[in-house]
Design a protein around this ligand. Structure first.
Ligand SMILES: [Zn+2]
Length: 353
């Protein structure tokens, strides 16, 4: 319910045809990546009155971020990006609740959170990270809105569930070749390419505008938008949201609701508590690898079988995200089912504790 202050704050929004402030204030948007694009997007979405943002990024603020990230101050260098963004937004737009996840995507945002979000915005800067996010959005039937920049431009693309995902049409042989994982704290020689505030803010503004229109149920015109910051033009490729998925795309696995059992457990609960809730011959798996308890193998050797972990270990310690949906395999039949951790509210979830 809007307060008198809200009425004043959003008075100019209410004059915009098609705008619905209540719809935005009820919306939840997951933003993956809190770098230059992420800063621009969350700033615009919070100012637009989006009710809840969930921001995931494992990195800390580096000095080189300060030229492009309006929410970072010099005193923030060394602090986690996601928490810094959440703190800045609490001053800028106090009515927007921002949840910071200082973790890689797979450990930071559970599949049930992706499923329940109104939109997932990708502000990532590597192919590998986008493949991972597209895989999880497909599993969770979530809409992924992706943005990317280059020196003098960028692009925005929309991937609704059941349609073309981010990987559709990509050459399969290159899709799973790891590209350099980006870290702003990395030495300059590993940075992929130049970047500037005008281009990041320009592409970020397009991303935020697409996000708001999607949240309001308004058409966005084209599934793919190319931004040319050198020519001063914004050419729009004629691609529609109704385009069919690429039948050769390997990422289109989807979790069906009927296959999910909801458990009153959270990522703060232990492996032993989870094992009590599945059959003795079932094998619950994590999405990310962890070192097995008492392993004498190489420190790099990892597994995903929760039965291999110590029963008193908290699931979060093994990289299980809040509100995660875990795969449970039946070794004899190779059949799969899923269990959802429902025992925590996303707002209260803290990662890795
Ligand atoms: Zn695809």
């Amino acid at each position: 319910m809007a307060t008198p202050t809200d009425e004043g704050r959003f008075a100019r929004h209410r004059l915009i045809p098609g705008w619905n402030q209540d719809r935005l204030s009820a919306a939840t948007v997951v933003v993956v990546g809190a770098g230059a694009l992420g800063n621009a997007v969350v700033q615009a979405l919070a100012l637009a009155g989006v009710g809840r943002l969930l921001v995931c990024d494992p990195d800390v603020v580096a000095v080189s971020n300060l030229s492009r990230c309006p929410l970072f101050l010099p005193s923030d260098v060394g602090r986690p990006k996601a928490e810094t963004v959440a703190r800045a937004l609490s001053r800028l737009a106090p009515d927007t609740a921002t949840s910071a996840r200082v973790a890689p995507l797979v450990s930071g945002v559970g599949l049930a959170e992706l499923r329940d979000a109104d939109l997932v915005v990708s502000c990532l800067d590597s192919r590998a990270a986008r493949v991972e996010l597209a895989t999880r959005c497909n599993l969770a039937s979530a809409t992924m809105l992706d943005g990317g920049t280059h020196e003098w431009g960028g692009q925005v693309s929309v991937h609704p569930p059941g349609g073309r995902c981010w990987a559709c049409g990509h050459d399969r042989s290159s899709l799973f070749v790891p590209d350099s994982p980006h870290s702003c704290a990395a030495p300059v020689r590993t940075l992929p390419e130049g970047a500037s505030a005008p281009v990041s803010l320009l592409v970020g503004a397009w991303l935020a505008n697409y996000a708001v229109r999607l949240l309001l149920g308004l058409p966005v015109g084209s599934r793919l938008l190319r931004v040319d910051a050198a020519g001063g033009a914004v050419p729009v490729a004629g691609r529609s949201l109704a385009e069919h998925p690429d039948p050769g795309c390997p990422l289109h696995e989807r979790i069906e609701d009927a296959d999910v059992t909801r458990l009153p457990l959270s990522a703060r609960d232990t492996v032993g508590e989870l094992l009590l809730r599945v059959d003795a011959d079932e094998e619950p798996l994590t999405w990310t690898g962890f070192r097995e308890a008492g392993s004498v193998r190489s420190p790099l050797a990892t597994g995903t079988r929760l039965r291999a972990a110590s029963p008193d270990t908290r699931l979060a310690r093994l990289g299980v995200a809040p509100r995660e949906i875990l795969t449970v395999m039946h070794p004899r039949t190779s059949g799969l089912r899923y269990v959802e951790l429902t025992g925590e509210t996303a707002a209260a979830a803290e990662v890795g504790r």
